[in-house]
Each structure stands twice: as C-alpha cells, then as structure tokens.
Design a protein around this ligand. Structure first.
Ligand SMILES: *[C@@H]1O[C@H](CO)[C@@H](O)[C@H](O)[C@H]1NC(C)=O
Ligand SMILES: *[C@@H]1O[C@H](CO)[C@@H](O)[C@H](O)[C@H]1NC(C)=O
Ligand SMILES: *[C@@H]1O[C@H](CO)[C@@H](O)[C@H](O)[C@H]1NC(C)=O
Ligand SMILES: *[C@@H]1O[C@H](CO)[C@@H](O)[C@H](O)[C@H]1NC(C)=O
Length: 466
C-alpha cells in the first residue's frame, strides 16, 4: 500500500511540476500543490469527491483521457451505451446533521488547546447545516452531472450526440429521490448547454423498481436492513482496538475526556470534514482532528458497512439487483438485434440512482471480490482490498457499458468512473459480447427477483402490508 501511495504521489508531483513549468516558467522551482485538499480526502468512501478518483480533472474538469478509452479496434463502431450513475454531491441527511450539531456543540464549548485550527473552529467556522437540507443535491452535485455529461459526450460523440438527443434516442431513467431527479436534470442541462439546445423538454422516467430495487426486495429488507445481527462485523469493529485508538487520538487533540468523545461523534467529525470538502471544496479546520492512519480506519468502517449491507457480505444484497441486471442485458440484446437491420432505436440510456444501486450490481457481476471476506478482525490484512468504496462509489460514480459492432462480432466494454475495467475471469478489455453472455449464463437464465426476494410464509411478519 505504502509503495503504491508513494509511487502515485510521485507521479502527481512530477505531473504538477511539469504544469508549474508551463504556467510560471520564469520562476524557479515552483510547484503546483493543491493546499485545499485535506490529506485524508482519499478515504471518504461513499462521501468522497469524484475528482479524487480522477485527479486530472482538477486541472480541467472537462478533460477526457482518450488513452484510457480506446475502442476495441479502429474499425469498431459504438452502437449502444448504458450508463448507471450515482447522484452528485449532496448535503448530509437530517440524522447526520444532528450529529454534526452535537460534535460542534461539544468542541466549541469544551475543547481547549493552543492550536490555530481549534481557534478557527471556535471563532470563524459557523454551523451552517440545517436539518431541512436532508440529503438534497448541492450545486457542486449538479455540476458533477453537467460535467460528466459533457465528458461522456466527448468520449462517445457518435452516441451521445445532439441528433440522438433531439430525436429522443437518449433515454433518461431516475430514482424518485430528489437528489437523483435533480442530477438527471443537470445531466440533461450539460448536454443542452453543450449543443446550445433551447426551448425543448426531454422527459425522464421515474423508476424505483430499477433504481431503488433494494427497497422493493422484501427478503433484503427483513434479512439485512431490519436485522440487527446482519451487520455484526460493523458493530464489532466499532469496539475494536483500531477504532478505540482513533477515538483516543481525537479526544487528546481536543484535550477532552475520552468518555465525551463517543464513536458517533468521531464519525460525525469525519463526515463534517468530508462534507465541507465535497460541498465547498475547502480544507476545513475540522480535518485536523484526524491523520491518515485514523482516516484509513474510518474508511474501513465505512467499507465494512457497504460490504455487509450492499456487497458480498450477504447473498441477497447482490441478488436484489437481478431486475437491473436483466434490464441492462435486455437493452444490450435489443441493440445487438436491431443493429442487424442497421438502426438502433435507443442509442443511449442514462440511469441515475444511488451507491446502493451500483454496489449490489457490481457485486452480482463479480467485480471487486476479495479472496477473504472483510471482517472486524482482519483490518490489517485487508490493507490492499479491492472492495474500497472510496474508489468505487464516490459522488457521481458511473458504470458505463458500451456495445461495439466490430468486424469479428459485437464487443462489450465496461467502464467504471471513466476507466476501463476488465470483466472478472477475462483479460480482454472489450471481450466479445457472446463471451460475456456465456460467462453470465447462470445469472441470465436465473436471478429471478421475485423468487430471490420473496419471504417464506412462516417468517412473513408483515404480509398484510404487501
Ligand atoms: C491517461 O491515461 C494513460 C494510460 O493509462 C496514462 O498513462 C496517462 O497518464 C493519463 N493521463 C492523465 C492526464 O492522467
Ligand atoms: C439476521 O442475520 C443473521 C446473520 O446474518 C442471520 O443468521 C439471521 O437469519 C437473520 N435473521 C433474519 C430474521 O433474517
Ligand atoms: C470466475 O472464476 C471463478 C473461479 O473459476 C468463479 O468462482 C467465479 O464465479 C467466476 N466469476 C464470474 C463472474 O464468472
Ligand atoms: C499490500 O501491497 C503492498 C504493495 O504491493 C505490499 O508491500 C504489502 O505487503 C501488502 N499488504 C498486505 C497486508 O497484503
């Protein structure tokens, strides 16, 4: 891990240095640094900023890395694309805002030390979050989607094109949550501004069966969501030595008794640093409560929760996404069929949902599966885990499937956050579509949502509500 990190920061330094030479070539040894980025920003998990996974966007938010994104071969023609996208940056939920208020009250009233950052918290920082903000999109979140729309259009201009938008060959589907609907609207705005399209309304379909399948799966709700023991690894980790150390360090930094700095407040302060950064792009004084060692532990706590609630931890987490999985392949099949007659009716599908939409689907398809499950006891040996929500599902995270018509058949490319990813058990970056269908044969022929999500009668406690 150390090696990877230091190699990466070396590359970034060299890259920044090269930029600096371009911008200020008369000044010797000037280095562009990003002082507004907290050192712990890459550990924010599902509350991470998208730019942290693609840092080149910090220099140009509309930049597209074409070397990443080559078609399988030159004569291949993209014929269909579907993008499943998480909503953009949002406010904390009411529950988190209440916890932020509590940690603010405690620190502003009782903490003492000689540090400038604490002085800044007490005198300059204002508690500006209000409970009515409850998880709504922020302006940065709209921008996340406006910019992503432009980058995807730059990447695949023959599919995400003005002509396809105007002829309604780009279909928009969204979860009913405000932040998702607002993200969908922002995505459309991005395209309309790009092509200067005015006075036209492009509709979107609200579909929670597809984008919030987890709420609709009774078995998931009963066995995992409402089941206190389903997340026992998460609870065990909360009382682990690693978490205790983070708590003690935070109490020491604030010179507060350890008993006053509860796990809940530690989490709230960490979120506060992440929200200040993702919403306002500032390195807030709150970020001084943690160092990188602490942040890695808190990142793991977040990953454990995602793993047991949305990922491989319980089989039903993955299976609850069967409907979305089938829907993706139904659209791919339709395009594959139509291209034989020369015309694909739906060229692009843009589907906006949640981290909770993306993680189960990725897990169902076998991505980011570590050899050993994530548990409360193997934090140290999971340092190099692939299941890392900071990398997989920051705000505006996106899965893109691109179907290409090539000389030797149809090929499928898969991108996560604008980088190509190989399907499990293949090494080709754009395998034949038939190969992928063969690999997922069992899921394509099975994975029945009704069957997987039904609850056996005997344990069906609230059947009348159906
Ligand atoms: C683009 O991707 C290529 C290939 O992975 C990489 O070598 C290059 O550094 C990337 N460019 C930027 C600006 O990140
Ligand atoms: C709750 O989760 C535990 C642990 O996964 C499992 O053994 C148990 O069957 C679940 N209970 C219900 C009611 O689903
Ligand atoms: C990949 O191969 C392994 C081992 O053969 C198998 O267990 C796994 O299910 C395969 N994954 C997919 C997505 O086919
Ligand atoms: C993680 O990867 C690094 C670099 O490859 C390696 O040095 C380290 O031993 C690995 N750590 C674990 C716990 O596997």
């Amino acid at each position: 891990m150390r090696q990877i990190l230091s190699k990466r920061s070396f590359v970034l330094t060299v890259f920044s240095f090269a930029l600096a030479r371009v911008s200020y070539c008369s000044v010797e040894n000037v280095r562009v640094v990003y002082p507004n980025i907290p050192a712990i920003a890459k550990y924010f998990g599902t509350k991470g900023r998208y730019e942290e996974v693609n840092p080149y966007l910090l220099d140009d938010i509309l930049a597209v890395n074409k070397t990443f994104m080559k078609p399988p071969s030159l004569e291949c023609k993209p014929i269909y694309l579907t993008a499943i996208i998480r909503h953009g940056t949002r406010y904390p939920t009411t529950k988190n805002i209440k916890n932020i208020q509590r940690v603010y009250d405690l620190v502003s009233r009782e903490a003492t030390n000689g540090e400038k950052w604490l002085h800044d918290i007490k005198t300059e920082w204002k508690m500006w979050y209000t409970e009515d903000m409850d998880g709504q999109i922020v302006e940065k979140g709209r921008d996340d989607h406006r910019h992503l729309a432009v980058r995807l259009a730059t990447l695949l201009p023959s599919l995400i094109s003005e002509e396809n938008l105007r002829s309604n060959r780009i279909k928009f589907i969204t979860s009913s949550k405000h932040r998702c609907v607002d993200s969908t609207i922002a995505f459309k705005e991005g395209l309309m501004n790009l092509w200067n399209v005015k006075d036209v309304d492009f509709s979107h379909e609200v579909n929670d069966m597809l984008m919030r399948f987890f709420d609709q799966c009774r078995r998931f709700v009963e066995d995992v969501e409402n089941n206190k023991t389903a997340l026992k690894e998460v609870d065990l980790f909360k009382s682990s030595a690693e978490m205790k150390r983070v708590q003690i360090k935070m109490a020491n930094r604030l010179q507060l008794p350890y008993s006053q700095v509860t796990q809940g407040l530690v989490e709230a302060a960490f979120y506060l640093c992440s929200y200040e950064f993702s919403i306002k792009s500032v390195n807030s004084p709150w970020c001084n409560l943690f160092d990188e060692t602490d942040a890695k532990v808190l990142e793991y706590a977040n990953d454990l929760k995602q793993y047991w609630k949305r990922g491989y931890g319980h089989d039903i987490n993955r299976k609850s996404s069967c409907t979305l999985f089938h829907d993706v392949f139904r659209r791919l099949n339709r395009a594959a069929h139509e291209i034989r007659f020369g015309h694909v009716t739906e060229a692009v599908t843009v589907q906006v949902g949640h981290a909770e939409t993306l993680l189960p689907l990725l897990s169902l398809m076998g991505f980011f599966k570590d050899e050993t499950p994530l548990t409360a006891h193997n934090y140290a040996s999971q340092q190099n885990r692939t299941f890392r929500s900071s990398h997989i599902v920051p705000y505006a995270a996106n899965l893109v499937f691109v179907l290409y018509d090539c000389e030797d058949g149809l090929r499928l490319q898969f991108l996560l956050n604008e980088r190509p990813l190989t399907f499990p058990n293949t090494s080709h970056l754009a395998p034949l579509y038939e190969t992928i269908r063969e690999q997922y044969k069992d899921l394509l022929e099975g994975c029945n949502f009704e069957k997987e999500c039904e609850v056996p009668r005997a344990s069906c406690s609230k059947c009348s509500e159906l």
